[in-house]
Design a protein. Structure first.
Length: 293
């Protein structure tokens, strides 16, 4: 029996509706107003949660990296860029309040240990581990110590690295996501059948975190057994930012959620039956075809 993961008032399992995460990430470009607009879009589309990214800039990047000349939306250095993309404590307080008003869960991918402590102040229902952190044992232990459900992305990772991470995190309260860490991801590198391999090896729920253009891979992932789907969202893909092009605009998000919600209905239970709606058609069109004896 595959394990179940409870996040807030939602269940991630084979028997539950797909848990859909709208990743706002850093597409808010440091604007709380833009973040709220994307929260609104996620709510209207019927998503279960929104997700942000949190970094302690001076812990994630070296002084040399931060001082690199890099003309950008916020200034002329990498420091200007990274600090410009971070929301403040007050911003997160506003996000927490806004999401509660809108009745949608929120959480974050933390990129360092201090950020885990920061996000824990808001009693988030779970933690997401970005693919880049999958091999950081100290970080994995920190996330494990929160006692919250863990969502693990596996981009850039070998099966050996994934097995090691799972040995630390354990399979209770864990969801593993097939993921390819390119933005946007070419269809030939999405490799959805890894979902089937994960399902064979691990007893926890399996999900899909996509960075592709379009909707089809995310919908097919559910057919292959994904119990959760995560996609980046934006108000407009032409906005400034590295993740915008691999994100879904509002109409695309609504269509994806609508179609994912129909996958299990369309697949059915696999037992061949004659539906009540077919009876009148059957009576009208079918001949017995029996040969007299």
């Amino acid at each position: 029996m595959r394990k179940k993961v409870i996040i807030g008032n939602k269940t991630i399992s084979d028997d539950s509706p797909c848990f859909i995460i709208a990743e706002i990430g850093i597409n808010h470009n440091g604007s709380i107003d833009l973040a709220k607009r994307m929260i609104d879009e996620a709510v209207m589309a019927g998503c279960d949660a929104v997700k942000f990214q949190k970094r302690t800039v001076t812990k994630v990047y070296t002084p040399e990296e931060l001082d690199t000349y890099r003309p950008n939306y916020y200034g002329n250095t990498n420091r200007d860029l990274k600090l410009g993309l971070e929301l403040s404590y007050e911003d997160y307080c506003e996000i927490d309040k806004y999401c509660k008003t809108k009745k949608i869960m929120w959480f974050a991918s933390c990129w360092d240990i201090d950020s885990v402590d920061f996000i824990e102040q808001f009693d988030v229902p779970c933690h997401k581990i970005a693919s880049a952190l999958l091999t950081d044992d100290e970080f994995l232990y920190k996330i494990k110590s929160t006692g919250k459900p863990v969502l693990l992305s596996t981009g850039m990772s070998t099966m050996e690295e994934i097995r090691h991470a799972v040995s630390i995190l354990g399979e209770d309260n864990l969801v593993i996501y097939q993921c390819t860490s390119t933005y946007p991801t070419e269809h030939k590198e999405i490799n959805l059948r890894v979902i089937e391999e994960f399902r064979k090896e691990f007893s926890c729920p399996i999900g899909y975190s996509g960075h592709e253009k379009g909707l089809l891979p995310s919908i097919l992932a559910v057919e292959l057994g994904a119990s959760s789907v995560e996609r980046h969202i934006t108000i407009d893909r032409t906005l400034w930012g590295s993740d915008q092009a691999a994100s879904l605009e509002p109409e695309g998000l609504r269509r994806m959620v609508r179609d994912i919600r129909e996958v299990k209905n369309i697949l059915g239970n696999g037992k061949k039956i004659v539906y009540d709606s077919e009876i009148s058609v059957k009576n009208k069109l079918r001949k017995s075809g029996k040969v007299p004896v």
